[in-house]
Design a protein around this ligand. Structure first.
Ligand SMILES: *Cc1c(COP(=O)(O)O)cnc(C)c1O
Length: 425
């Protein structure tokens, strides 16, 4: 199946007489005939459902669709993108371990790593999005457990060199985790370039309608944990909290990572999305391919309009020839990048805030990447907690506006920008 078809048909094929839509198992619990049947589930001897804090059939059908879209072997949904990134990293790195992360990542993820996970005893080295191979190599330590980056960084819009970084990560015996939220598997499939684990904030394009917060983790099934058993004891030695199961042995390369994340992290932290929210996410997924195409077409036109505007200081959009990441986007994102543009208004931070006040169609919202056009000043909103130094490291300039182009008629979006620029002349 091609990507457009997987968006509709992936993950679930109804049998004779079954519901066409994914059924909503709005149930916390599941019934068994004998305690023995139940015991097998607890021992991970049989697969099945017993309690929705760990797993739910509706959730798994939707996770299966995203797994097919990404070309992975196993996947799980989480209650938010934050939970997905936390689980993906914490499934590999524990107290005393170290992670290499790119500094251009989403502000929430940066804070999760740099503040909260440091409190858990995990050490992070942040590297610049355009660091050289030597600089990246120098960031590795003997206790490094993974490398983390975003396909298209939110909001810096730096395009990640997945193939090059994956090669370096593998040379050091660790997997590359890619947050593919902005590109979605419609525009980029990181596994094809060597990434090992993909995460998503499904809150963005996948849901697409400002309706549900959620996240996903997908495993490529390619990383050979056993070949680096000394680095990954959590996957390669018996888990005492599961009667001595060794995940990498019992579930192989294809299933070990997600089984461990479900059995340990979902069990203990419980960041499970509700089946109803997963159902809604699935509705979003059905039109993902159509919407991404429209987002990219609209954003291309808006980026071209902005770059020709005399009141605009600069425009960042990977689809614009001349953009710092244009060449790389041609390689990794040949069908389009995303609907998000950043730009600066001449006159700096004050002028940017003034211009935003006059926008009518584009609403000011702490959100991005969905059907409605929206706009945000990151330095005074999502990235408010960061110092100027940290802002620069994330690629966020103080005067930068993040403009998320929706799927409305593009002429209306451009007219809205036009009247706002005129109003602050
Ligand atoms: C929004 C976002 C997150 C966090 O996701 P939530 O669903 O808001 O928890 C993580 N990564 C990226 C790239 C994001 O845009």
């Amino acid at each position: 199946m091609r990507q457009e078809t997987k968006c509709i048909e992936g993950g679930y094929t109804p049998k004779n007489g079954e519901s066409r839509m994914i059924p909503i198992y709005q149930s916390t619990t599941f019934k068994y005939d004998t305690s023995e049947d139940m015991g097998k589930l607890f021992d991970l001897e049989a697969s099945g459902y017993f309690y929705t804090r760990l797993q739910n059939p509706t959730n798994d059908l939707v996770a299966a669709k995203i797994t097919e879209l990404e070309g992975g072997t196993a996947g799980m949904l989480t209650s938010s993108g934050q939970a997905a990134n936390f689980y993906a990293v914490f499934n590999l790195a524990n107290a005393g371990d170290h992670v290499v992360a790119f500094s251009s990542i989403y502000g929430g993820t940066f804070n999760l790593f740099n503040v909260t996970m440091r409190k858990m005893g995990i050490d992070f080295t942040f590297v610049e999005p355009d660091c050289t191979a030597e600089e990246l190599e120098a960031a590795f330590k003997p206790n490094t457990k993974c490398v983390f980056g975003e396909t298209i960084a939110n909001p810096a819009l730096a395009v990640f060199d997945i193939e090059a970084v994956a090669n370096i990560a593998h040379k050091h015996g660790v997997p590359l985790i890619i947050d593919n939220t902005f590109a979605t598997p419609i525009n980029c499939r990181p596994f094809e370039w060597g990434a090992d684990i993909v995460t998503h904030s499904t809150t963005k394009y996948m849901d697409g309608h400002d309706a549900t917060v959620g996240g996903a983790i997908i495993d490529s099934g390619k990383f050979d944990w056993m070949a680096h058993a000394d680095k990954f004891p959590g996957l390669c030695t018996p888990d005492d909290s599961y009667h001595g199961i060794t995940y990498a042995e019992k579930f192989g390369k294809e299933g070990a990572f997600i089984t461990k994340a479900t059995a340990q992290l979902m069990r203990d932290f419980g960041s499970i999305p509700s089946p109803m929210n997963c159902f809604m996410l699935n509705l979003g997924l059905e039109s993902l391919a159509l919407r991404m195409k429209r987002h990219c077409e609209n954003a291309q036109k808006v980026a071209e309009y902005l770059s020709a505007h005399p009141q605009v200081a600069y425009v960042t959009y990977p689809g614009l020839p001349g953009d710092k990441y244009y060449e790389r986007a041609q390689k990794y994102l040949p069908n389009g990048s995303c609907g998000v543009i950043s730009f600066g208004v001449k006159g700096g931070r004050k002028a940017a805030e003034e211009m935003m006040k006059h926008l009518k169609l584009a609403i000011i919202a702490t959100h991005v990447a969905d059907a409605h056009t929206c706009v945000l000043h990151p330095a005074s909103a999502t990235h408010r907690q960061l110092t100027d130094e940290e802002l620069t490291a994330c690629g966020v300039l103080p005067d930068m506006i993040r403009f998320s182009v929706g799927i409305e008629n593009v002429d209306d979006i451009i007219e809205d920008l036009d009247q706002a620029f005129k109003a602050c002349k």
